[in-house]
Design a protein around this ligand. Structure first.
Ligand SMILES: *Cc1c(COP(=O)(O)O)cnc(C)c1O
Length: 399
């Protein structure tokens, strides 16, 4: 298995996704073993003592480490090109643990305005209680990022491309800005995954994942992870180990199976999304399609430079406001009407009344969330069938 002439460090993405950390035993070649155990046992008192104080590597308790979880961590670290990964119980736990590890009272975050809703609540409602403040800026406006930075700024935080309007943030430029001001840059890489975008290679300090989305890819489990350099991840590991938002070995096993097909799935998601985006853009009931794979996208050059593909989340502005958007959603028979994304099943959402429903009209206007906007997370069904499901409502609008 260990061919020195072609070491793991030279493996391609698909091989890393299938083989990294693969725990092959005589009994088990196919299928990663699950270790559903809360704690671990030792041959002697002396061995237990060495493992408890960390003099000898090994497992103590599954809140600290678990072999199945570690295999997932090793594999995701390899895929993102990071030194170390710490898995967490959810994507939100990954973001919370990052904040607890890096920040203290008085510190400031500068973040993109277009963030996952719970991330905004975490920053404002909960971190705010502990004296950590967050300023929000337009993702692509570098001057606004710079203007929002103060001597107390410790963390820059962004998702790119943004949800649901596919705005692209320049990761290299944000990393340069962060480092010039003595801050870290964390990128939530949920929408593209390492199959399509590698933020660490572009200069980001940390990559954050909701494994719930494309890493699993089949809507089966909740989990998250943070990837980055040893120095930062050691602190983060301390947070997870002490505070307890650890990943269950069962969920880690599901994500390992998900990762095996990551490259293949992401390519297929992109192909389907591209075809659907082009078709939608040409449909007379559609005012505009937001997707970084389209020639009409205002940041084509940056997207092409930074991303290997545009992902599968589309914003589609339907002519006729909320009534028209809802009629398209309600005319579907196959698509899942839900707020989730990153599944093999295509999903359809009306952001203004669901994912972004708690925003004031003013905030919606600022975020570009209009009443006619629908969000599609394009799955892996035959794209002709997804198209037919959408055509029913769209064609009725122009009759
Ligand atoms: C879903 C999501 C999260 C939160 O992840 P959970 O696993 O639901 O906790 C964070 N960021 C983005 C971009 C997401 O889509």
């Amino acid at each position: 298995m260990h061919d020195e002439s072609h070491p793991e460090t030279q493996w391609g993405l698909d091989t890393l996704a299938i083989r990294t950390g693969h725990h092959r035993t005589a009994e088990q070649e196919h299928g990663e073993p699950i270790f559903p155990t809360s704690s671990f046992v030792y041959e002697s008192a002396a061995e237990a003592a060495r493992k408890f104080v960390g003099e000898e590597p090994g497992n103590v308790y599954s809140r600290f480490t678990n072999p199945t979880v570690q295999t997932f961590e090793r594999r995701l670290a390899a895929l993102e090109g990071g030194e170390r990964c710490v898995a967490t119980s959810s994507g939100m736990a990954a973001i919370l643990s990052t904040a607890l590890a890096l920040l203290q009272a008085g510190d400031e975050i500068v973040a993109s305005r277009s963030l996952f809703g719970s991330t905004v609540s975490l920053f404002d409602k909960y971190l705010g209680k502990f004296g950590i403040t967050t300023r929000y800026v337009e993702l692509s406006d570098l001057a606004a990022w710079e203007a929002a930075i103060t001597p107390s700024t410790k963390l820059l935080f962004a998702e790119t491309p943004s949800n649901p309007l596919s705005e692209v943030g320049d990761i290299s430029a944000l990393a340069e800005l962060a480092h010039r001001h003595g801050a870290w840059l964390a990128i939530d890489n949920c929408f593209l995954t390492p199959a399509l975008q590698k933020p660490l290679a572009l200069g980001a300090d940390l990559v954050i994942h909701s494994a719930t989305k494309y890493l699993d890819g089949q809507g089966r489990a909740i989990g998250g992870a943070v990837v980055g350099p040893d120095a930062l991840l050691a602190e983060l590991f301390g947070v997870v180990r002490t505070c307890g938002p650890c990943l269950s070995p069962f969920n880690a096993w599901i994500f390992l199976k998900g990762l095996e097909t990551l490259g293949l799935r992401m390519q297929a998601h992109c192909d389907n999304a591209q075809r659907l985006a082009e078709w939608l853009e040409a449909h007379p009931a559609v005012e505009r399609v937001y997707y970084s794979g389209l020639a009409s996208h205002p940041q084509q050059a940056l997207a092409a430079r930074q991303q290997k593909g545009a992902g599968a989340v589309l914003g589609v502005e339907i002519r006729g406001g909320r009534e028209a958007a809802w009629s398209v959603i309600d005319a579907t028979r196959m698509l899942s009407i839900t707020g989730n994304l990153g599944d093999v099943k295509s999903t359809i959402t009306h952001p203004a009344t669901t994912t972004h429903g708690r925003l004031s009209d003013e905030q919606k206007r600022a975020a570009g969330i209009r009443e006619g906007l629908i969000r599609l997370s394009v799955g892996l069904e035959d794209v002709a069938d997804v198209q037919a499901d959408l055509a029913r409502g769209l064609d009725a609008l122009i009759r």
